[in-house]
Design a protein around this ligand. Structure first.
Ligand code: ZN
Length: 319
């Protein structure tokens, strides 16, 4: 019954958000890219600029782990000049679809995470996080490591160069600009987070999307669900997180935009039953960008996440 209710909540949550998704349009004189998540779509727009028309299958707030292709998605996939996939099983229910497109000789499928795993330098590959709880696979949320995201940008550039060689220098210029912007972003994040003491650097979230963030910026990361939102949250998961909060005097816990808030609320409630108070921060962006002017690109999303974290830590000081 509980599982049915959860499925229903996910379905309704998804249906409301899907209704905001624009219709697919193929534009004749452009490179048409169909991306899975809006994080990948943003990357394609950054590198492709005005030469590309990019469509994201998943609208803002959609959970890619649970996403099942809709009939209309096949139009966008069939017509695409390039299919851009985040990969490493992030889109776990669509993997076989991409494999079958990949076998079609006229279809360009770029799965970024898989490409990093198979072709990047050993130094970059070593940044990928292996996780035995995720079927022995790698943690798919690689975009939170800016170095891996920069590598993703290079792969998108290479793909566009191959598809549209006459405009290669245009794409290269955009890539170089974007890499500089990502360097600046990294510096800004380090500076902004410097106000948080090392001993306070704990991040507790709904699902395990922030390990790359944690590795990069020295946060210990705990979550209620595993790497996929498909994992059920059990009372023992809640107890475990509650004991981490108590043991380390954790200041704040965070819901996410693409995961229902209930699990984080249960931690707050369990803590208050034991006489502990913890700040519930704003919704972090994990697997999806937003669709507003202040959260609809990767760079804006990242800065917004950092602000959400800082605000919650500040609030906890006042508490
Ligand atoms: Zn995720």
């Amino acid at each position: 019954m509980k599982k049915l209710l959860k499925t229903l909540i996910v379905f309704i949550f998804g249906a409301i958000l899907v209704s905001c998704q624009p219709r697919y349009q193929y534009i004749e004189d452009k490179i048409n890219i169909t991306a899975t998540t809006n994080v990948m779509a943003d990357l394609a727009n950054e590198i492709g600029g005005e030469n590309v028309s990019v469509y994201a299958l998943m609208a803002a707030g959609i959970d890619p782990h649970q996403y099942i292709a809709r009939p209309s998605d096949y139009t966008a996939l069939n017509k695409a000049d390039m299919i851009l996939v985040s990969g490493l099983n992030l889109e776990g229910k669509m993997t076989s679809i991409f494999e079958s497109y990949d076998k079609q000789s006229n279809k360009f499928v770029l799965s970024i995470g898989n490409k990093i795993l198979s072709e990047s330098s050993d130094e970059l590959k070593s940044l990928l996080i292996e996780d035995e709880n995720f079927g022995g696979n790698y943690d798919p949320h690689f975009w939170f490591d800016i170095d891996l995201y920069k590598e993703a940008a290079k792969y998108v550039f290479e793909a566009l160069k191959e598809l549209d060689n006459t405009n290669a220098s245009y794409y290269e210029g955009r890539l170089n600009n974007y890499l500089l912007e990502l360097n600046t972003l990294n510096e800004e994040i380090i500076l902004n987070l410097s106000s948080i003491e090392n001993t306070d650097r704990f991040l507790i979230t709904a699902h395990d999307a922030f390990q790359y963030f944690g590795n990069k910026y020295d946060f210990k990361v705990y979550s209620l669900q595993g790497l996929s939102t498909e994992d059920e949250v059990s009372p023992s998961d809640i107890r475990e997180v509650v004991s981490v909060v108590k043991e380390h005097n954790v200041k704040a816990i965070f819901p996410e935009t693409s995961v229902p808030v209930e699990t984080i609320t249960s931690v707050k409630e369990a803590l208050s039953r034991d006489g502990y108070d913890v700040v519930v921060g704003g919704n972090l962006y994990s697997d999806s960008l937003g669709d507003s002017d202040d959260d609809n690109t990767y760079i804006k999303m990242y800065l917004k996440n950092v602000n959400i974290i800082l605000k919650a830590f500040d609030e906890s000081k006042g508490a």
